[in-house]
Design a protein. Structure first.
Length: 289
């Protein structure tokens, strides 16, 4: 099977992992990095080291960029913009939705295809079909290069707005940080009574995979509808339970700021006359700031 030629610009930990995944999938891979020595191990595994960005761009129709920030992307691509016509740049550099939209407009002005992407994995997970890679800006480009992009992980097309992949990236990190912070607080709480983190974690992850993800699915429909029936548990019920959590933490000397934030939000909603609604009602408080 013929594999599409790929160029990777930027060989930090993530860029190196991207190039490795392309090589492992059989793609002829050209690499470039500002510090040439970083390409050495990849060259030993079959990559071609380009001496300049222009040489790297000329080697492939798909040019993957993974550098420090969007300013670095622009500085790297501007000198070779005239050579990018007819090629597709896949920008996997972390940034904001606004930066992605600006970069897409700049690419359109120079006549080359542009996909903005977000890597929902650490470097060791690159190449696994379980790892999500989010793309936005050109469904046609995702479709045309899906087999190539699949070498990195599961390619998820989020539509033609180039800012959406970055938006999802930030939103998913929000979920990650909130979840991990909640778990760490809970681990400290349980640990205060002698429960080992390794004993608590399997029960917590089962709870997350089952009940909590089930809540998210059900609450998503309520959020979109703007209607929050308290069929599973009302905010009045949550208010009482969170009170027990706050007190248990205080009794054990555990920092209570995280559950106290949830408590304050629930109490605000209840005091506003929404005690009979579901927990999903709190989205309205976040929207209002």
């Amino acid at each position: 099977m013929n594999r599409e030629n790929v160029t990777v610009l930027g060989l930090g930990q993530m860029g190196t992992a991207l190039a490795d995944a392309f090589l492992a999938a059989g793609h002829p891979t050209t690499v470039w990095n500002r510090t040439p020595a970083k390409a050495g191990p990849l060259v030993a595994r079959g990559a071609v080291r380009a001496a300049t960005p222009a040489e790297a761009v000329a080697a492939a129709r798909v040019v993957v960029v993974c550098v420090l920030d969007y300013d670095a992307v622009r500085a790297l691509l501007e000198p070779v913009a005239g050579s990018l016509a007819g090629r597709t740049v896949v920008n996997l550099t972390t940034g904001s939705p606004e930066q992605a939209r600006q970069m897409a407009a700049w690419a359109a002005g120079h006549g080359f295809g542009y996909l903005d992407g977000a890597i929902m994995s650490t470097p060791p997970g690159v190449g696994s079909p379980e790892s999500m890679f989010l793309y936005s800006g050109s469904p046609a480009a995702v479709a045309a290069h899906r087999d190539t992009l699949a070498a990195l992980g599961d390619p998820i097309d989020l539509g033609d707005d180039p800012g959406v992949a970055s938006l999802y990236d930030l939103a998913l990190l929000d979920v990650m940080w909130a979840t991990l912070s909640g778990w760490l607080h809970a681990t400290a709480l349980a640990g205060a009574d002698g429960v080992a983190a390794t004993a608590f974690a399997p029960v917590a992850t089962r709870w997350l995979r089952g009940a909590v993800t089930g809540f998210m699915g059900a609450y998503a429909e309520q959020v979109d509808a703007g209607h929050y029936p308290g069929d599973d548990a009302t905010l009045d019920v949550h208010r009482a339970a969170i009170g027990h959590l706050v007190h248990a933490g205080r009794d054990r000397g555990i920092d209570g700021r995280l559950p106290e934030l949830s408590q304050a939000l629930v109490e605000r909603a209840v005091d506003g006359g929404n005690g009979g609604d579901s927990y999903a009602r709190l989205v309205e408080l976040f929207r209002k700031g």
